[in-house]
Design a binder for this molecule. Structure first.
Ligand code: NAD
Length: 241
């Protein structure tokens, strides 16, 4: 039998979704208990709803701020931050808006769907951090309504150029807790396969996602149970190629 060869990686990309934060107590959007089974996004999470009734949209986001603000990063967020501290070329790309990567110590987190903890004024074109719960002011000094700096339904994701630059350099791509159903994020693994054919692609999720065949390796289970041991093993031994 041929001896397995092992590769270690410097350029690791963690690409995370709602499943990573599920065990911190933040429900995923799909599946059981998903937010969009309870709330119609057309009433609460799109620009037309905000223009129709900004107070109603802010009430909803204050409820989310309160719920998310009470949650803590879990061992999955923490080990990702630890890897980045040890291997500075590590990138964290997340679809989550909860800010838990940064609270766990993650640096330069690329938040492609924005953040619950930033507000922006579309009149002044300004963005700023605001972690008050409920939001201290719903209006800007200029008098316009502030809005959460979140990518709502029907809007373009943020930082795409930077994301593709990161993907184009990666050696190990780990998708954690994401269904792969939201595009363009759902296409990242295919992008890595095409542009970095030698990169290792790994899916860590509760169940196989629609992108499952595109990953070279699959690890299924709750993120807090599967991510730390897998990551520690990769750091200690690399992966078999
Ligand atoms: P999703 O809800 O579509 O899918 C979540 C995935 O996580 C599923 O494949 C599910 O099987 C898996 N999962 C559930 N529990 C898990 C666990 N304990 N461990 C590991 N995996 C688990 O979420 P998505 O693919 O991230 O994308 C949907 C959109 O939802 C994104 O746009 C994101 O912005 C948004 N979102 C963000 C948050 C957050 O900020 N925490 C929460 C909900 C939704």
């Amino acid at each position: 039998m041929a001896t397995p060869r092992f590769a270690s990686f410097e350029r690791i990309v963690f690409f995370t979704g709602a499943g990573l934060s599920a065990e911190s107590g933040i429900p995923t959007y799909r599946g059981q208990g998903g937010v969009w089974h309870q709330y119609d996004y057309r009433q609460y999470a799109c620009q037309p709803a905000f223009e129709r009734d900004p107070a109603k949209v802010w009430d909803f986001h204050d409820v989310r701020r309160t719920a998310v603000g009470a949650c803590e990063p879990n061992p999955g967020h923490r080990i990702i931050a630890d890897v980045q501290a040890k291997k500075p070329a590590t990138a964290i790309i997340t679809q989550n808006i909860d800010g838990l990567h940064a609270r766990a110590g993650g640096r330069d987190v690329i938040e492609l769907h924005g953040s619950l903890w930033r507000v922006r004024c579309d009149r002044e074109r300004t963005v700023r951090a605001d972690t008050s719960i409920p939001i201290a002011s719903r209006t800007c000094a200029c008098g316009a309504y502030l809005r959460p700096d979140i990518v709502w339904f029907g809007e373009m994701p943020m930082h795409m150029e930077e994301i593709y630059e990161v993907l184009d350099r990666c050696g190990l791509f780990m998708a954690i807790g994401t269904s792969g159903e939201v595009y363009p994020a759902g296409g990242f693994v295919l992008h890595v396969r095409r542009h970095r054919p030698r990169a290792r692609t790994v899916e860590l999720n509760l169940e196989p996602s629609g992108n499952q065949p595109l990953f070279k390796e699959h690890i299924y289970g709750p993120a807090t149970q599967v991510v730390p041991p897998y990551v520690e093993r990769v750091l200690a031994h690399g992966v078999e190629i």
